[in-house]
Ligand binder design. Structure first.
Ligand code: SAM
Ligand code: SF4
Length: 440
């Protein structure tokens, strides 16, 4: 018997890349690869990259440079680049970094087995097509091995919104939804393997409109169907666009027992002038009204969001409007970024905000968001929440998991194991997590 080949895969960026990395590892599993956590032990290194901000792409090049020694020591080592940098820069990567053997875009990674064979024959392999065929149909069915209690499941890919700052419509292509039956089969398989919580993924997940047995289904209908899957305890979804928050999805937040009270709904800015320049097609007011409706449906809903500061032409007043919106919403968590120029996007051509000003605005915004996040987290003390336990903690006897609201929670208890969903009373709040006691 030949020893299995080893695959080291490093994932950058969003949850969709985490899901894609799993699928790529599984695709290469069929070619005799097992995963390793050590690049120096690998027969193939795959970087699954992110192109959303400039730094993310630069990190890939510096990481590739670090593999030079490994390749010199082991000429049979194959190095591949996948994901959105691969899609955007294609041949440029091979030119800039000759040690790269393989470049594969996010829509063609079902072809990895053939591409890997090509590299073993001493050739370079590049595929950044947006193929006609559906990669999910072409990928081998997923293995049955046991796995942890939480999983991502991509239901929708690509984006047709073309926000002026964003590369996603170019790197991930047009918006496509997977058919309902495929998603339900994959979800049931995940549950059989030990999964208790599924997060449905899409760049614009709430625009989901996949083919169902009786026409296209909305995301809410899909969530209700998942609600009936025995053994699945929790459903989440991300990332949503404010313009696609349909009535049935808002109602699901009120009525669907397994849908968790947490919603990531990026707004990007609180200034209508900037939102218009961003091509977001919602206003600060329409966003706030939407949150009012969501909170009427589910009063304990924790809101999360994304913000960009220093978008071209953003003034101090525009930024103050963003702070005012944040004050009005009271976020449970949030991600905020300095605007990063992406070549080929409309905003790249516009008058840029000074870097020091961007830094200053980011600091002020993050200080406010951190205060809000901490206040909402502290308010959990004394409450009873559901916690899905995922793994042992750092200290002996400790178990950690996530609350319904996605807070990290740890308990000192041997009464729970990974995969248990338990009621927990929160007893204290630390900088990044809560501590609790398992109830009865
Ligand atoms: N589809 C989601 C939406 O519309 O909100 C967002 C998906 S995008 C992959 C994730 C986040 O990256 C965005 O919400 C935005 O805040 C941030 N982002 C995208 N392009 C950016 C850029 N050029 N500079 C800084 N942040 C950016
Ligand atoms: Fe990018 Fe989201 Fe806008 Fe689509 S909706 S272009 S993914 S920020």
């Amino acid at each position: 018997m030949t020893a299995p080949k080893k695959l080291y895969i490093k994932t950058y960026g969003c949850q969709m890349n985490v899901y894609d990395s799993e699928r790529m590892a599984e695709a290469l599993g069929g070619e005799g690869y097992v995963e390793t956590s050590r690049p120096d032990d690998a027969d193939m290194i795959l970087l699954n990259t992110c192109h959303i901000r400039e730094k993310a792409a630069e990190k890939v090049y510096s990481e590739l440079g670090r593999f030079r020694g490994l390749k010199a020591a082991n000429p049979d080592l194959k190095i591949g680049v996948a994901g959105c940098v691969a899609q955007a820069e294609g041949e440029e990567i091979m030119r800039r970094q000759p040690l790269v053997d393989l470049v594969v875009g996010p829509q063609s990674y079902h072809r990895l087995p053939e591409m890997e064979a090509k590299t073993r024959a001493g050739e370079k392999a590049l595929d950044t097509d947006f193929p006609e065929e559906d990669k999910f149909e072409k990928l081998k069915s997923r293995p049955k091995a046991k796995r942890g209690p939480t999983a991502f499941l991509t239901v929708q890919e690509g984006c047709d919104k073309f926000c002026a700052f964003c590369v996603v419509p170019y790197t991930r292509g047009a918006e496509v939804s997977r058919p309902v039956d495929r998603i339900l089969t994959e979800a049931r398989d995940l549950v059989e393997r030990g999964v208790r919580e599924i997060t449905l993924l899409g760049q614009n997940v709430n625009a989901y409109h996949g083919a169902g047995p009786d026409g296209d289904w909305s995301l809410a209908r899909l969530i209700w169907a998942l609600n009936d899957v025995d053994g699945l305890e929790r459903i989440r979804f991300t990332t949503s666009h404010p313009n696609d928050m349909a009535d049935d999805l808002i109602e699901a937040h009120a009525d669907c027992p397994k849908l968790m009270p947490y919603l990531h709904l990026p707004v990007q800015s609180g200034s209508d002038r900037i939102l218009k320049r961003m091509n977001r097609s919602h206003t600060a007011e329409s966003y706030l009204k939407l949150i009012e409706r969501l909170r009427a449906a589910r009063p304990d809903l924790h809101m999360s969001g994304d913000f960009i500061v220093g978008f071209p032409e953003e003034t101090e007043q525009d930024f103050q409007d963003t702070l005012a919106l944040v004050e009005a919403v009271q976020y449970g968590s949030a991600f905020s970024f300095k605007y990063s120029t992406r070549p080929g996007t409309p905003a790249a051509e516009r008058s840029q905000v000074d870097e020091a000003e961007k830094d200053d605005r980011l600091q002020r915004l993050q200080a406010l968001l951190t205060r809000q996040q901490r206040a909402l987290q502290d308010a959990m003390v004394g409450r009873e929440v559901g916690v899905l336990f995922e793994k042992p903690g750092r200290l002996p006897g400790q178990m950690v998991g996530k609350s319904d609201y996605l807070h990290a929670v740890h308990v000192d208890s041997d009464a729970v194991v990974p995969g248990d969903l338990a009621r927990v009373r929160i007893v204290s709040s630390g900088p990044n997590s809560l501590a609790g006691e398992v109830l009865g």
